[in-house]
Design a protein around this ligand. Structure first.
Ligand SMILES: [Fe+2]
Length: 239
């Protein structure tokens, strides 16, 4: 199935993702073989990786896109974005244009610590929505607080979207996180799937196992939405 990847660390030397242009290209080739047709590059914005230079990210996207169009796929697009570790000063930074939304839209990809209290996610979503942004929670499966019944639903009702990593869906069926992922997918409570690819060795693009499971258990139209169509809405936001 065709895929638009809205969360990946494909830009070289900005964070714990790709280490070189060659590695980026190899990752993109691997992703393209899995039917990923374009990506939003989302380098970290966090205490560890202070990527607060949007122009640099935009420039790197252009450079990598040109190379990818040469050697991966002439139609391949790489849109700028960021994965933002949420703290109190994020809103100000977004408003000042110091960190990037997703592909120039009002959607923002936000992450938290895995053990974040639910109240903190709730507050972040409230603040972002109130300021006119559309929060997308990166790798939703990572936050223990969201396993409590009703919480994913509450955040969604408030205007947040849920992103899940392909890799977790394709894991071993007896793992607790995998089971939770598959349960909320069957309930159609996830809005985006992404690779969150970082490298070629440990966190490479891995969608095949997830796709195999989804073909067996999910409605085709819902699959198309979470792999592609919902992401298309982010890209088409300003058009
Ligand atoms: Fe990530």
């Amino acid at each position: 199935m065709k895929k638009l990847d809205i969360h990946c660390h494909i830009l070289p030397k900005l964070d714990d993702g790709s280490g070189s242009l060659q590695e980026s290209i190899k990752m993109l080739k691997m992703a393209r073989r899995q039917n990923v047709i374009s990506v939003i590059a989302t380098p970290h914005y966090s205490a560890q990786f202070k990527n607060d230079n949007p122009e640099k990210i935009q420039r790197l996207c252009k450079t990598l896109e040109e190379k990818a169009q040469e050697v991966v796929d002439p139609e391949f697009r790489i849109y700028p974005g960021q994965e933002i570790f949420y703290t109190d000063d994020i809103l100000e930074k977004l408003n000042r244009g110091e960190i990037l939304t997703m592909a120039g839209s009002r959607y923002v990809l936000v992450e938290f610590m895995p053990d974040v209290p639910y109240s903190q996610i709730l507050r972040a979503v409230t603040e972002l929505v109130f300021a006119g942004y559309i929060p997308v929670l990166a790798h939703t499966e990572r936050y223990r607080a969201l396993r409590e019944p009703g919480r994913v639903e509450e955040l969604t009702e408030m205007g947040a979207y849920m992103q899940m990593n392909y890799r977790r869906i394709g894991g071993k069926w007896y793992e607790e996180t995998v089971r939770w992922c598959r349960k909320v997918l069957k309930e159609e409570k996830v809005h985006f799937l992404a690779t969150d690819m970082h490298d070629l060795k440990y966190r490479y693009p891995a969608t095949a196992d997830a796709e195999m499971w989804m073909y067996k258990h999910l409605d085709r139209q819902y699959m198309r939405k979470i792999c592609f169509k919902n992401a298309e809405k982010i890209l088409g936001y300003n058009r």
